[in-house]
Structures are given as structure tokens and as C-alpha cells.
Design a protein around this ligand. Structure first.
Ligand code: ADP
Ligand code: MG
Length: 719
């Protein structure tokens, strides 16, 4: 019998959460901290001292020796600097374990090794980490022992954001402020806060760790740079399936337990389309917590995989020709008292607040489609978006039949008078209940789909942080809300000034203006709605006719960060300064160039030291065979033909290798920045493709025994 797992008991056991705080903190301190968390006030040092002390005591009981400010620099991963709790030795030779409020709320670290895009001169390499007290501290257990992790934001000495979290928190303030204005206009005087709720679904691959180590491309770049498709399709043989399931199931169980302990509500897990591909989704949380949790999910997947002799691949496209991995960012706006602004209700055509919210989102997305596209750009995602798989690189919104019909009514007649209702779904099985179908069906090809009471942004790469996309969603929607509120408040105030006309007049004026605004937004931005097949060639043509941007690569998307409309958007809502945006663009170009540089060098290395030597050996053995077969007086036509075929591909390989060495050399000598990134994209990546072609052809004809690395078949079918 395996031990019984008590989920309720282990959930959050390693988190300094509300329950722990309530139990351990003095009443007044607890109340003060709650207020700070709820109302976004600043924490004073005296309060912080008490919290830090209790946090340390709690952590020590869990065997913690070190604490770390856990932050999210612009490398895409998380970073930390560890300090132990011990104080300077006492005269007695003993030490005390201490942790002050100052150490809790602010850390200083040498930040020169993190990308700053020129924001921080190296002589001024100080960076500060500041506690994000709205995301709880937790204890992590790993080979280093137990560590108290404090989620923090990371800024430069002059307060510029050097991380993903700072702008996210700023954008949450912006959307909160504008959403509150909006709901007040509709008579809600009681909700105190509106926060973006985010649920991030994570896709990943699992392969055998030993085989992983036998592939330099996987080790250095996270994806395969060579590899022919396995001859067999994607079906697995039954026997095999059984053993795989056991190994993966054991892995998934451990992942869930580890995540539950640190308070991540891992909820669903299933196999994905590709063999060896899986997905994990937690229940949604407040945006900044959800982003932190997604980082924990990625780290936990990797760590637990290691313990199981597996390797977790988070790259967007580990295997060419096999479905890639992404992250679905589910997003909605929810008040502190639980009202979802994206809830249409049963009769959306009558729900005017919802229609305003919806048409504002249409406006936001249409106006900033390029920026939203950019937020999902990373080197790995170039292989998914707009390439041979979903979702397309063109931003559009899928609303579903019901809402699209409401929007059509608004645009056509100026009034929406009905909502299509869901039909009864008959299962045809007596023992199964018939249920009412959702009025909205699914469209799997849409990059931004309305799914019931949330939008699902499906472009994000599996390795990327979801912070960036949420910063964009929060801010562009805040902007559309602001415009709407400015307009409507003005009408209401003007009507109120005509005192003699009374409240009814105010209301009818408001309704008239609201109606105009909804209709205007819907008509002006209807072009962003698309419910057809997003993978079809015709959509590319149609999108072009509609004037929607089709940005196919990371390098081409980065300029969206620094165009005038982006700068004024972010400056108006104090999410980014122009300087921060320019530095981020620099960092992105640099990250791209670095990624491709590593890939091309890895290809050069593998081709020169592994593939070409192996093929040469093979040709030698073929040549020897030809000679001895001929000497024996037999027909050696097949051997000779194979030899000439292999030699042909070998010389193509050698030629492409030479070319790749040349362009890589040129690129690496260029000055960092846009031009260099473009050179990598336009000049280096095509040559990488040229080198891959003959090598993959060789893999198909060279004896498997001599091929110097595991094949696709070995990697994805034999986990
Ligand atoms: P799907 O709809 O994609 O099949 P789910 O219904 O399980 O899958 O939801 C996917 C993710 O969306 C989960 O993380 C879930 O918690 C999250 N989610 C559900 N409702 C909301 C909401 N209102 N806002 C944000 N995320 C949500
Ligand atoms: Mg989904």
C-alpha cells in the first residue's frame, strides 16, 4: 500500500501565508500588514522587523538556514542571492540567527551580471530588490537544504525597473484605478479593488536524461538542431505505452506534491498532442502571484524531472516537425468581492457594462496588436508563431457565435436586442445527463479567444515569463477604460450640472453616451474579430486586407516597443519610462543575438566534431566493402550507389558548414544591437537551415550504429 496523500494538509505547508501570519503575528501587526497588502500602502520598518522575526522563527522550524530575495531579471529565468541567518559570532563563540525588517524588505545586490540594456553603468552596478508583500514568502527544499524565498522586485539605484515584476505591479495599479472608475459609473460603490486574474497553462516535454546528455544541441540550446523525423508516425505501441505511463505518472505525482506544498494549486495535467509532451495548469490567481507561481512550476518540473532520471524541456520547439510548446495565459478582471468584469451573464446583449468592457478590449487589442505580439516574442517562439503551427502570428480575437452576433447587431443596427442561447447537448446515452452547451464554441486556432468569462492569450512561449503579456494586457485595457471613463464621466457631470432636470436626465444622458461609445468601439474595431481557421492561407490575405499586422519574427516585433504610441501608452500609465522601454528593446535584440549565436556555434561544433567524422568513418567502411565485394567477384552496385549518395550529402554538409562558420564569425564581431540581431535572423538562421538539410538526409541513410547521437525516435518515443 502506498501512503495516503492528504492534500488538504500538505497544501501550502511551506508558505508563510495568511493563516500562518494570523496565527503567528501580533494582532495589530497582522492587521497592519493585511491593510498594506489590500490597499497597497508602504510597509514601515518597525512593522517589518516584527514580521521578519516571526518569519525567521517559522522558517527555522522548517530547517531553513538561508534566505534569499527571489527576483525575475530580464533573462527570462529567476535569480537569487543567498544569505544565511547567522549573525557575527558572539564573544562566547556562538552565533545567533537573525533576520531584520530591513533584510526582509530590501536587499542590495551586485547587479552587473544581469541585463540592463544600458540602464545601469557598470561603475554603478548596484541593484535593489524590494519585497512584494502581495506574493507570500515560501520555503524551498532542494540539494542546498531549505531556503526561505522572498518574492521581490528588482530595480536600479535610480528606481528603473530591471525585472519583469516591477512593471507588472505598476500595470496592475493602472488597471485597478481605471476599472474602479468604470464600475463606479455603473453604480458599484462597494468593490474596493479590481485585479487581473491569471491562469497560466504550461506545456512541456519530458525525455530521458541520459539521452538528453548525449545531445549537445539539447544540452547547450534546449532544442535539437539536427534530427530526421522518425519513420513511424506518432502512434505508440501498447506495451511501451504502459511503461511510459508509469514513469510519467510517478513524476507528475511528485510535481503536484511539491507544488501544493509551496501553495501552487496545480489542478489539471494531461498529455498533449505530441508524443512525450504534457501540460500542467494551476487554478488562476492574482496576476503577480500567478507569474511567481508559473516560475515555480517551471523550476519544479525541472527539478523533479532530474530526480526521476528525466529531463524537462521547456523550449518552444525542441523537435522540428513535432508540435511545439506554449503557455496559455488566461486573463480576466475580478473585484475584491468576487465580481468578474468579463462575465457576460446569460443575456450579454442586455449587460451594458460587459459590452463596454468587451468593446474596450477590442479597441485595446486592435490598437496595440503589434505590442501584444511583441510580448510573446522570444527566440524559440519564432519556430511556432506564423511558422508551421499554431497560433498564427496575426493577432485577432475570437468571440464565439453568441458574442460575435451581439457585436454584429450593434454594428449593423446600433442596438443589440437578442442573444443566441446555448442548445441542449444530447449525449445519446441515457445514464449521462444532457447538458446545455456553452453558447460559445472553441476555436483552437485563435491567438486570443474569449472562453466563457476570460480571454485566453495563446501566443506565449513555453519558456517565457507570462509577466510581459500581462503587463501589455493590463495597460492597453487600462488605456481603453480610461478613454471610456473620461468620456462618460464628462457627460454625467455635464448632466448633473443641469440640476433642474433631475436624476432621470442624468441617467438617460449616460445611457445615450454609453450606447454611442459601445457602438463606436464595436464598429471601429470589428476588424480584429475573426472566427475562421487561423492556420489557413486565406486568413493571411484577409488580415492584410483588414490592415492587421502580421509580424513573423522576434526581430521584426521588437520595434513595437519603441514606437510613439507605445511610449505614450506606458508613460501615461507610469508602467515604463521611455528609457526603460529603449533599454528593454536593446536587451531583447541582445538576447536574440546571443541565442542564435549559441545555436549556430553548437551546430558548427556538432557537425565538425561528431557528424562529419562519423560519416567519414562510414564512407570508409562502405568503400572497403565495395572493394572486398568486387574482389569476391560479386555485384557491388548498391554499396557503390550508397557510397556516392553519402559522399554527396557529406560534401553539401561541409560546404554549408563552411558558410555557417563564415556568417557566424561576421555576426559575432558586430556591435550589439538591432543591426546585429537582424544579421543573425536574416543571414545566420537560413544558413543553419542549409546545414541541417544534408545532415538530416544523412541520418536517414547512414547506419544507426555509427550515428553519433540519439535519434528523434529514441528521444520522444523511448522515454
Ligand atoms: P480551458 O478552458 O483552457 O480548457 P480551464 O477551464 O481548466 O481550461 O482553464 C484554464 C486556466 O484558466 C486555468 O488555469 C484556470 O484556473 C484559468 N481560469 C479559469 N477562469 C479564469 C478567470 N476568470 N480568469 C483567469 N483565469 C481563469
Ligand atoms: Mg486552455
Amino acid at each position: 500500500m502506498s501512503e495516503i496523500l492528504n492534500v488538504a494538509e500538505i497544501f501550502g505547508e511551506d508558505v508563510f501565508n495568511d493563516a500562518v501570519m494570523q496565527e503567528r503575528l501580533p494582532k495589530k501587526i497582522y492587521k497592519d500588514l493585511k491593510k498594506i497588502i489590500e490597499e497597497g500602502k508602504e510597509l514601515d520598518l518597525a512593522t517589518a522587523d516584527v514580521i521578519a522575526h516571526e518569519m525567521k522563527e517559522w522558517a527555522i522550524e522548517k530547517g531553513v538556514t538561508h534566505y534569499t530575495h527571489w527576483f525575475q531579471p530580464l533573462t527570462g529565468a529567476t535569480a537569487e542571492k543567498h544569505d544565511s541567518f547567522i549573525s557575527a559570532p558572539l564573544p562566547s563563540g556562538k552565533v545567533l540567527m537573525t533576520f531584520s525588517g530591513k533584510e526582509l524588505i530590501k536587499g542590495e545586490s551586485d547587479a552587473s551580471s544581469f541585463p540592463s540594456g544600458g540602464l545601469r553603468a557598470t561603475f554603478e552596478a548596484r541593484g535593489y530588490t524590494a519585497w512584494d508583500c502581495t506574493s507570500p514568502a515560501f520555503v524551498r527544499h532542494d540539494a542546498a537544504g531549505a531556503t526561505l524565498c522572498i518574492p521581490t522586485a528588482f530595480c536600479s539605484y535610480t528606481g528603473e525597473a530591471l525585472d519583469q515584476k516591477t512593471p507588472l505591479l505598476r500595470s496592475m495599479e493602472a488597471i485597478n484605478e481605471q476599472s474602479l472608475r468604470l464600475i463606479r459609473l455603473f453604480g458599484n460603490q462597494t468593490s474596493k479593488k479590481v485585479t487581473p486574474a491569471v491562469g497560466a497553462e504550461q506545456e512541456y516535454f519530458l525525455i530521458d536524461a541520459k539521452k538528453f546528455r548525449e545531445r549537445k544541441d539539447l544540452v547547450y540550446t534546449g532544442r535539437t538542431l539536427f534530427g530526421a523525423m522518425p519513420p513511424k508516425g506518432q502512434e505508440l505501441d501498447d506495451h511501451y505505452f504502459g511503461t511510459i505511463r508509469q514513469r510519467i505518472a510517478g513524476f507528475m505525482k511528485d510535481v503536484n506534491v511539491e507544488l501544493w506544498k509551496v501553495g501552487v494549486s496545480a489542478k489539471t495535467q494531461h498529455n498533449e498532442v505530441a508524443p512525450a509532451q504534457h501540460e500542467l495548469a494551476p487554478i488562476y490567481a492574482v496576476a503577480n502571484v500567478a507569474v511567481d507561481h508559473n516560475h515555480l512550476v517551471m523550476q519544479t518540473l525541472k527539478r523533479v524531472a532530474h530526480e526521476h532520471g528525466l529531463k524537462c524541456l521547456l523550449h518552444e520547439k525542441p523537435f522540428a516537425g513535432v508540435n511545439g510548446s506554449g503557455k496559455h495565459d488566461n486573463w480576466s478582471l475580478i473585484t475584491d468581492d468576487g465580481k468578474n468584469l468579463l462575465e457576460p451573464g446569460k443575456t450579454p446583449h442586455e449587460n451594458v457594462q460587459f459590452l463596454l468592457v468587451l468593446t474596450c478590449i477590442m479597441r485595446a487589442v486592435d490598437r496595440h496588436a503589434d505590442l501584444l505580439r511583441e510580448s510573446a516574442a522570444d527566440p524559440g517562439n519564432d519556430h511556432r508563431l506564423g511558422a508551421d503551427e499554431a497560433p498564427p502570428a496575426i493577432i485577432s480575437i475570437f468571440l464565439g457565435e453568441q458574442l460575435e452576433d451581439v457585436i454584429n447587431q450593434l454594428v449593423d443596427t446600433g442596438k443589440a436586442t437578442r442573444s443566441i442561447t446555448g442548445k441542449q447537448l444530447e449525449t445519446g446515452v441515457k445514464t449521462l445527463p444532457d447538458f446545455v452547451k456553452d453558447a460559445t464554441d472553441r476555436n483552437r486556432t485563435s491567438p486570443l479567444a474569449f472562453t466563457g468569462n476570460k480571454f485566453e492569450f495563446r501566443m506565449v512561449g513555453s519558456r517565457d515569463s507570462v509577466a510581459g503579456p500581462n503587463v501589455v494586457l493590463n495597460t492597453i485595457v487600462a488605456e481603453a477604460f480610461k478613454e471610456a471613463c473620461d468620456e462618460l464621466e464628462k457627460v454625467v457631470n455635464a448632466a448633473r450640472n443641469e440640476k433642474e432636470k433631475g436624476e432621470n436626465f442624468v441617467e438617460s444622458e449616460f445611457n445615450r453616451a454609453l450606447h454611442d461609445l459601445i457602438k463606436r468601439n464595436a464598429s471601429k474595431h470589428q476588424r480584429i474579430i475573426f472566427s475562421g481557421n487561423g492556420y489557413a492561407e486565406e486568413w493571411i490575405e484577409e488580415a492584410k486586407r483588414r490592415g492587421l499586422p502580421n509580424i513573423r519574427s522576434m526581430v521584426e516585433s521588437i520595434p513595437a516597443l519603441t514606437v510613439e504610441k507605445t511610449i505614450s501608452l506606458f508613460e501615461n500609465f507610469k508602467v515604463f519610462t521611455e528609457t526603460e522601454l529603449r533599454s528593454r528593446a536593446e536587451i531583447k535584440y541582445e538576447n536574440y543575438a546571443k541565442a542564435i549565436n549559441i545555436e549556430s556555434r553548437t551546430m558548427i561544433d556538432m557537425a565538425s566534431k561528431q557528424i562529419i567524422p562519423a560519416v567519414i568513418k562510414y564512407t570508409k567502411s562502405l568503400a572497403d566493402t565495395v572493394v572486398s565485394v568486387r574482389e569476391a567477384g560479386a555485384d557491388c552496385l548498391v554499396q557503390a550507389e550508397l557510397l556516392s549518395q553519402v559522399s554527396g550529402f557529406l560534401s553539401e554538409t561541409k560546404e554549408a558548414l563552411g558558410k555557417l562558420m563564415e556568417v557566424t564569425e561576421i555576426a559575432s564581431k558586430m556591435e550589439t544591437g538591432r543591426v546585429r540581431a537582424e544579421y543573425y535572423y536574416y543571414e545566420v538562421t537560413p544558413v543553419m537551415g542549409e546545414l541541417r538539410k544534408p545532415v538530416d538526409a544523412l541520418e536517414m541513410i547512414v547506419d544507426k550504429e555509427v550515428w553519433p547521437m540519439p535519434s528523434y525516435g529514441d528521444l520522444i518515443f523511448e522515454v
